[in-house]
Design a protein around this ligand. Structure first.
Ligand SMILES: *Cc1c(COP(=O)(O)O)cnc(C)c1O
Length: 467
């Protein structure tokens, strides 16, 4: 029996004659498809020798189908889109800010060919890659000068290294934070060659604490936004303008790491207590840095704004070359920043801002569609409900803020919710959900309206895989 099956194994060139394989050869290459066909036949031979092969495995359709699967698997990217049903708007593990359409188009437009990245079109001479966005950033923040680097962590490293290498940096004990990915202010300070001088206490730091710490060795006063936690109760930090005044009186510049750095005052929409970049600039802070892909909602970048004399020095620092941004980032950043020229445009076209400002009322239609779609998929197998819930901002922004939202919740006695959550990560378009108490939650806030049908399809696939 086994011998008979082995004799009937097709030769590779025979299998490649199958129409399915011929089509694959058109799309990929002859050499690649024959290698995959050789593997399929080889595996079957091994199976037959082990006594596991059978008549049906030899069918040309079956073999050609396996070749197709193997070929396609080799070209299935490991890095791919997922749907965010967690409600966390700036989810670092899910790539933080989804880009505005205009930014996606700008990347596409500039990526396919050559650009004027470092060319001054007016003069035909060499230009700077930073010129394209500098004026726009200054216009939107009121700063004198700007520079963009790889991310805000890089911005912190660069500023400390240029301004305070071999000098001391005064910082409040309440601001020695750790951001995700083990980025610690104290460690970055060490890496930059600056010495840390801690003042005040965890909960209270006064102006006189800073004043007493300033001496001839002081290179900088650093203020770090406590992005991902809040100290509440008996607390004090000096007003930004007062801190600037006392530092300038001693000729020491002030650097503020804003973390998120919003260009829109979200407080006016009842969200959080995040200061805007413009406020820090107006308070007289000498250098301010913030992320491109947090509340700004653009590409990963570290944006540095401030006084001309300091930004000029930063531009000349050797590290800037190592930390520089690429052409795609600049394209996405410029396109996104332009949307902030008018707040109504930003609210509509920057997905991060649009999502943050969604309310249960504006999400109502989407919530009903998702609820109905999932109720149909599960039928009798689960209890699917639409419930009021709360979403988080995430990405180390607005840590205590909870935004009212709609959750579609799924409970079941027929299958394990852990298993459903697992299967939802293994379907064609993975859906990231949260398991809370006794139900699996789909938060409507971070699901784009165009994705609702896809969520329903993905859940359908996951349910089938539950068996
Ligand atoms: C997020 C954050 C950083 C790091 O910014 P990335 O753009 O993620 O590198 C640095 N400082 C603060 C205060 C932050 O919130």
């Amino acid at each position: 029996m086994g011998m008979d099956l082995l004799r009937r194994l097709p030769a590779v060139h025979r299998l490649l004659d199958h129409p399915v394989c011929r089509e694959l050869i058109e799309q990929y290459s002859h050499r690649f498809v024959s290698r995959m066909a050789g593997e399929v036949i080889g595996d079957l031979r091994t199976a037959i020798v082990a006594g596991a092969g059978c008549e049906a495995d030899l069918q040309p359709e079956v073999l050609a189908g396996q070749v197709a699967q193997r070929v396609q698997a080799q070209f299935q990217p490991h890095y791919r889109p997922v749907i965010n049903a967690t409600g966390v708007v700036l989810h670092t593990n899910l790539g933080r800010a989804p880009l505005p359409d205009v930014a996606v188009r700008a990347i596409d437009r500039t990526a396919r060919g050559y650009t004027n990245l470092e060319l001054n079109l007016a003069t035909g001479e060499r230009g700077s890659r930073y010129d394209h966005v500098e004026r726009l950033i200054c216009e939107l923040t009121g700063a004198e000068a700007a520079l963009v680097v790889n991310n805000n962590a890089a911005a912190v490293l660069l500023v400390l290294s240029e301004m305070a290498k071999g000098k001391s940096v005064v910082i409040s004990r309440g601001q020695l934070v750790e951001i995700g990915g083990s980025f610690r202010v104290s460690e970055v300070m060490r890496a930059s060659g600056a010495h840390l001088v801690e003042v005040g206490t965890t909960n209270k730091t006064h102006g006189y604490d800073y004043e007493r710490a300033i001496d001839d060795e002081t290179g900088l006063i650093l203020k770090v936004h406590t992005s991902n936690f809040r100290v509440v109760g008996f607390t004090h930090q000096p007003e930004l303008a007062d801190l600037v005044a006392l530092a300038h009186a001693r000729n020491v510049p002030v650097y503020e790491d804003l973390g998120s750095g919003s260009l829109i005052d979200l407080r006016s929409y009842g969200i959080g207590d995040e200061p805007t970049v413009g406020e820090s600039v107006r308070a007289g802070v000498d250098i301010v840095s913030f992320s491109g892909d947090k509340l700004l909602g653009a590409a990963q970048a570290g944006i540095i704004v401030g006084k001309q004399e300091y930004v000029k020095r930063l531009k000349k620092n050797q590290l800037t070359r190592a930390l520089r941004v690429d052409k795609f980032t600049l394209a996405a950043l410029e396109a996104t920043l332009m949307l902030y020229r008018d707040e109504d445009i930003a609210k509509r076209d920057v997905p991060t801002i649009w999502m943050l400002l969604r309310t249960p009322t504006t999400m109502n239609t989407d919530a009903q569609r998702l609820h109905q779609g999932l109720a149909d998929v599960f039928g009798e197998r689960a209890d699917v409900r639409l419930e009021a819930g709360l979403s988080q901002v995430g990405g180390g922004s607005l840590p205590t803020e909870e935004l009212p939202t709609w959750h579609v919740t799924v409970k079941s006695r027929h299958f394990s919710l852990n298993e459903l959550e697992h299967q939802l990560r293994h379907v064609d378009m993975p859906v990231m959900t949260t398991l809370q108490k006794e139900a699996l939650h789909f938060d409507v806030r971070t699901i784009f309206p165009r994705e609702i049908e896809t969520v329903v399809t993905s859940v359908g696939q996951a349910v089938q895989r539950l068996g």
